[in-house]
Design a binder for this molecule. Structure first.
Ligand SMILES: *[C@@H]1O[C@H](CO)[C@@H](O)[C@H](O)[C@H]1NC(C)=O
Ligand SMILES: *[C@@H]1O[C@H](CO)[C@@H](O)[C@H](O)[C@H]1NC(C)=O
Ligand SMILES: *[C@@H]1O[C@H](CO)[C@@H](O)[C@H](O)[C@H]1NC(C)=O
Ligand SMILES: *[C@@H]1O[C@H](CO)[C@@H](O)[C@H](O)[C@H]1NC(C)=O
Ligand SMILES: *[C@@H]1O[C@H](CO)[C@@H](O)[C@H](O)[C@H]1NC(C)=O
Ligand SMILES: *[C@@H]1O[C@H](CO)[C@@H](O)[C@H](O)[C@H]1NC(C)=O
Ligand SMILES: *[C@@H]1O[C@H](CO)[C@@H](O)[C@H](O)[C@H]1NC(C)=O
Length: 441
């Protein structure tokens, strides 16, 4: 779930594959060899797919969220009262834990309560734990992969969800920081530990490509336990360590209480519009006055938090850069309404700006540098949105105020549409590679 805006079969026996191979050595033909290929469609809040959970299997639709951790499912448990009628809004997809004969209530983990999640605005995100059988089904090749027991987090709210979501839970994907216990472990991490999946996971999206073929006709592709080396050149991959910095919690976007710091995140070391560089330092931000949210975090490099859901729309940049981009693209304010997480254009707290469609090819390229090691370039076609209002060209850029928003910022679909990402649970490294240019040229 991106943690701050209002944003949420067939069965076969487990494939007992031995995890093997180094990152990027499995391709799509190796299905069953410790990997499962999961094409995904959009839900309101981002990529979603179906799993089956329990015995007999129930279909639960999950939002794929890199910023969440253990798989969480909405259940009719309601703070001691179990009631589908009272705890599940009509039309809401959910998991009925009491209807599964294989569900094991795990009382060894204490109730977990978070304030500030997107799924439960205004109320506590309150969960208990259990374990059950979970199966993936691949729409790419009809493969199935099951674990007889994974730990899951089951909702135990004090009232029903305040809104109906088009998903019944969240498929978390966050890295597991040293010392973190079971309550933090994504399903794919647990299945790697069980020997069912490889440790490395691949992702790319097809929304910005020539066609959807490499995502099997859908908009996104996640491969658990492997990567598709036909869409990128492993020789161009750079691996970046994940930052488990305390400063990840210094801004309003990830203000969970109690705080957590396990996000796939990378040092964001430079930003360019064309050849012009813009400072990312807190002290250089327009509103810096030495009384920021967390002065301890002012000195550190900015941190990019990778997030595929729609909160990650909008190319992030400091205000000074945003002003320059507005000027270079001759943009004008078109709309003042903007709901990050729900709109295809995320301009943060700025207005939505429109540009002249006939001039787009003359606009500058944006360059993002990570860990002083690697650039991702974003061409105008990637940061100009034509989907939100057909016929209009909107700037999909988002000013980021380091002094107010803290060191962390979200990097998502606008920046990643021509990038392949790898998330390795064993090394906690993120592999970043350009997608092969024949996919979009
Ligand atoms: C999940 O399965 C249901 C049918 O059980 C189907 O209607 C829905 O489209 C599927 N959702 C996704 C995201 O595949
Ligand atoms: C359970 O529901 C009943 C009836 O609605 C209510 O009186 C009771 O307070 C609830 N218990 C808890 C623990 O919420
Ligand atoms: C939900 O919370 C209540 C009250 O703390 C507890 O009795 C119950 O066991 C919890 N449900 C689950 C499934 O853990
Ligand atoms: C697991 O970690 C959470 C968060 O730090 C903690 O509250 C919980 O007590 C831990 N569980 C066990 C069994 O130690
Ligand atoms: C600047 O500092 C003052 C307190 O001295 C504070 O009230 C104000 O919000 C700060 N402004 C910004 C933009 O951070
Ligand atoms: C957006 O944030 C900037 C700085 O953080 C502030 O100066 C500006 O007033 C804000 N704009 C709106 C519309 O809230
Ligand atoms: C990224 O691109 C900028 C601008 O072209 C260049 O100055 C910088 O050296 C590049 N960084 C890396 C790590 O290649």
């Amino acid at each position: 779930m991106s943690v701050s805006t209002l944003t949420l079969a067939l069965l076969a026996s487990a494939v007992a594959a031995v995890p093997h191979g180094s990152p990027g050595t499995w391709n799509r033909n190796a299905a069953g060899c410790g990997e499962i290929i999961l094409p995904m469609d959009d839900s309101v809040h981002g990529a979603a797919f179906n799993i089956s959970l329990g015995t007999p299997p129930q279909t639960v639709t999950l939002l794929a969220d890199w910023t969440w951790q253990i798989t969480w499912v909405d259940t009719p448990d309601c703070y001691g009262n179990y009631s589908v009628a009272n705890c599940i809004p009509k039309g809401q997809n959910f998991f009925n834990d009491q209807a599964s004969t294989s569900f094991v209530d795990d009382k060894s983990q204490q109730t977990q309560e978070f304030l500030g999640t997107d799924y439960t605005p205004g109320m506590e995100f309150r969960n208990d734990f259990g374990a059950d059988k979970l199966c993936f089904h691949s729409d790419a090749n009809n493969a199935d992969l099951c674990s007889n027991s994974v730990e899951i987090s089951v909702s135990n709210f004090t009232s029903e969800l305040p809104v109906i979501f088009d998903v019944g839970g969240v498929f978390g994907f966050a890295p597991v920081a040293p010392g973190y216990n079971d309550t933090f472990m994504p399903t794919a991490y647990q299945m790697w530990k069980q020997g069912l999946l490889g440790p490395n996971n691949g992702w790319h999206m097809c929304g910005g490509l020539k066609d959807l073929s490499t995502c099997y006709g859908k908009k996104y592709l996640t491969i658990l336990g492997g990567t598709d080396t036909t869409v990128y050149d492993t020789g161009k991959t750079h691996h970046h360590p994940t930052s488990f910095s305390k400063c990840l919690n210094s801004g309003p976007h990830l203000t969970l209480s109690p705080p957590r710091y396990n996000y796939w995140s990378t040092e964001w070391t430079n930003f360019f519009i064309g050849q012009e560089s813009f400072s990312l330092r807190a002290k250089d931000s327009l509103s810096y006055n030495a009384t920021t949210a967390d002065p301890e975090c002012d000195g550190i490099d900015a941190i990019a938090v990778w997030d595929q859901d729609k909160f990650g729309y909008g190319a992030a940049m400091p205000f000074s850069a945003f002003d320059t981009l507005v000027s270079l693209t001759d943009a004008h304010i078109a709309y003042n309404n903007n709901t990050p997480g729900l709109f295809a254009v995320n301009s943060g707290n700025a207005s939505v700006w429109a540009v002249d469609c006939s001039k787009v090819s003359t606009f500058p390229t944006l360059t993002y540098e990570f860990s002083h090691l690697q650039n991702i370039t974003v061409v105008p076609a990637m940061y100009i949105d034509t989907s939100m209002y057909p016929g209009q060209c909107l700037l999909n850029a988002r000013p980021w105020d380091r002094a107010i928003e803290g060191a962390q910022t979200f990097f998502g679909l606008t920046i990643l549409s021509r990038t392949h990402l790898e998330f390795n649970f064993e090394t906690n490294m993120i592999g970043i590679s350009p997608l092969n240019s024949n996919l979009y040229e």
